[in-house]
Write a protein that binds this ligand. Structure first.
Ligand SMILES: O=C(O)CCC(=O)C(=O)O
Ligand SMILES: [Fe+2]
Length: 211
């Protein structure tokens, strides 16, 4: 059999569309103050196809927020899927369920909500914050983030200072999970950049009551 024929005969993973790989390669980085992050580059297969699907089909909203005396545009597009609301691609459902199965023994519950952010270019960003609305203000929890599209750095620093800023470039199907006290004792951001930056979509999976 020649190579060409064998390639056409083999319905490899690429023919099955986007989907998450195994979570066996996860690597944990232990941070100070009871926080940690788990990392798995390239977890989502077909990440480019998934990016195109989400960019075209998620119900993107451009939000505006009161900022002191002004109403300003939130510098990214947002979409949100609450508990029980079907996700816009089966690869995201598979990702959420795989994460839930993997982390349930440690987390004690499942990931149920999905927030999406679309960073169209380097002017889009999210400022320093912890996801501290709800139970995460007082309890350890986890927020799992899948990134598709071009990489943008996710930065982490201890809340209130006292340590170096860590930098994780995330895109192309990469997974990061922030765990332990990370939302209370650390902050994260995706900074603006003057350098050319291609579009990135992040999908944040969270347990009930964590925002
Ligand atoms: O886009 C990201 O990776 C981070 C998004 C984020 O921190 C949030 O939506 O709370
Ligand atoms: Fe966040």
């Amino acid at each position: 059999m020649n190579l060409q024929a064998s390639l056409f005969d083999d319905p490899g993973p690429a023919d099955q569309g986007p989907g998450p790989g195994p979570l066996t390669g996860l690597e944990r980085v232990t941070l100070a103050r009871g926080a940690w992050v788990d990392l798995l580059p390239g977890w989502m297969h077909g990440a480019a196809e998934l990016f195109e699907h989400l960019a075209a089909h998620a119900p993107w909203r451009a939000e505006r927020r009161q900022m002191y005396d002004n109403v300003v545009a939130v510098p990214r597009l947002l979409a949100y899927y609450g508990e029980g609301v079907p996700l816009p691609h089966p690869a995201l459902t598979a990702a959420r369920e795989a994460l839930s199965d993997h982390y349930q023994p440690e987390l004690g519950e499942r990931f149920v909500t999905s927030g999406l952010c679309f960073y169209r270019d380097g002017r889009d960003s999210v400022a320093w914050h912890g996801d501290r609305i709800g139970r995460s203000a007082t309890e350890d929890t986890m927020v799992a983030i899948l990134s598709v599209g071009e990489p943008r750095p996710l930065l982490l620093r201890p809340r209130g200072g006292g340590g170096p800023t860590l930098r994780f470039p995330l895109g192309h199907g990469d997974l990061v999970v922030m765990g332990g006290s990370c939302q209370r004792t650390w902050e994260h951001c995706v900074p603006k950049t003057a350098r050319p930056a291609g579009p990135r979509i992040s999908v944040q999976f969270r347990p009930r009551g964590v925002n």
